[in-house]
Design a protein around this ligand. Structure first.
Ligand code: GAL
Length: 371
């Protein structure tokens, strides 16, 4: 029985810390593309070579399994990934699982039966998605984890942002405004590895201040499936438990920040304490422009979608892939490409999200830009 590619081998370290890795031979002895010219006859699906894929339909078929389209960013990911894949001449099939693990697994089974050459997966549940990797690999299909890591699985590649840095940017911005006081942390979904990385980043920065007694975390809770509703009820609880005496709020993304801000508004506290979010959602950028939120973290989705599509096609062709990091997923050191997130506050909205066309000036400010 054929087995999927089990590991990557770094070949040589390049300048700037990038590493060239290639799809190594599997136990069936398929060629290592380090010594074989790319796009010749590198196997990538059971019983097929790259050549036969091209003969079959002339196109690499990419399956993109998304956990959700709930947040605005994922709709950008969907559209930008499709555009990037198609610009590279690939056929792109996309399915979104509505935050349901069983649904995501069965959608992936469908894509495998539709003959995808490569799977790109944003897991709803970091652990449960290991099943997806096993299924793909036993069909000879490589798996690229998109934005969210898949835990305890032999994934072939991870492309995301530096998610720990996201949390550090949030904490640095809020700590500068509130060097002492009571903080609330509203986390993301416990099932999403990113939520853990964001939180780790926040505490990398805050821990020394907590140890010194300058900062106290008075409430710290995950938000089920990242919903604003869950964040709203958590924030209500945080306010109730602390008699409304809270000095700062860090929320794992803008959607949960929005829910938490609603709870602040119920107590007449909206705009009165610094709030951090993430994703640079339009609603959050508008809140920042209007003073209801202090900052967000912008992740240029186009860079992610373009990079992931490019590397997905390369993986499908058995070509070399350059990475810049390794992340332990509990099973292997996953070759990873991590892009840089950017802190956005009132002072740089124009130079970041508007300059990039992530949001239009009109959408952010309406007709009149405030001074
Ligand atoms: C995270 C992602 C965030 C946010 C969240 C909710 O994994 O990195 O950008 O959108 O999921 O879906």
């Amino acid at each position: 029985m054929r087995r999927g590619i089990r590991r990557w081998r770094p070949l040589l370290a390049l300048a700037l810390g990038w590493t060239v890795v290639v799809a190594a031979c599997d136990d069936a002895g398929r060629p290592n593309v380090a010594s074989a010219p790319a796009a010749t006859s590198v196997s990538n699906r059971a019983g097929e070579t790259t050549q036969t894929v091209h003969q079959r339909n002339g196109k690499i078929k990419i399956g993109f399994s998304m956990a959700t389209l709930q947040e605005e960013r994922w709709r950008k990911d969907r559209d930008m990934f499709r555009a990037a894949g198609e610009a590279l001449g690939a056929e792109v099939i996309i399915m979104a699982a509505n935050n349901d693990d069983a649904n995501q697994i069965s959608q992936v089974e469908t894509m495998i039966s539709q003959g995808v050459d490569i799977l790109v997966v944003t897991p709803h549940n970091a652990e449960a998605a290991a099943t997806i990797v096993k299924k793909a690999h036993s069909a000879g299909i490589k798996v690229l984890a998109y934005d969210r890591l898949i835990k305890n699985a032999d994934i072939d590649l991870y492309v995301s942002f530096d998610n720990e840095k996201v949390g550090e940017l949030q904490a640095n911005a809020i700590k500068a405004l509130v060097p002492r006081g009571k903080y609330v942390y509203i986390g993301g979904a416990d099932t999403d590895n990113n939520a853990h990385l964001f939180k780790k980043g926040v505490f990398n920065v805050l821990q020394p201040y907590i140890d010194r007694g300058d900062i106290t975390i008075v409430y710290d809770q995950w938000s089920k499936d990242w919903t604003p509703r869950s964040a709203l009820s958590n924030m209500r609880e945080a306010l109730r438990a602390n008699g409304n005496r809270i000095d700062a709020l860090i929320a794992a993304n803008d959607a949960t920040a929005g829910g938490a801000i609603e709870a602040l508004a119920e107590q007449g506290l909206a705009g009165r304490i610094p709030v951090a979010g993430q994703d640079a959602e339009l609603a959050a950028i508008r809140r920042i422009a209007g003073g209801g939120q202090t900052m967000t973290v912008y992740k240029p989705i186009k860079l992610l979608a373009d990079k992931a599509a490019e590397l997905a096609v390369k993986l499908a062709m058995g070509e070399t892939v350059e990475t810049n990091r390794k992340l332990n997923n509990g099973k292997i050191e996953v070759p990873s490409v991590l892009l840089d997130p950017i802190a956005v506050d009132k002072t740089n909205i124009d130079d970041t999200v508007i300059a990039d066309g992530f949001h239009s000036r009109e959408d952010v400010y309406g007709n009149v830009k405030p001074k």
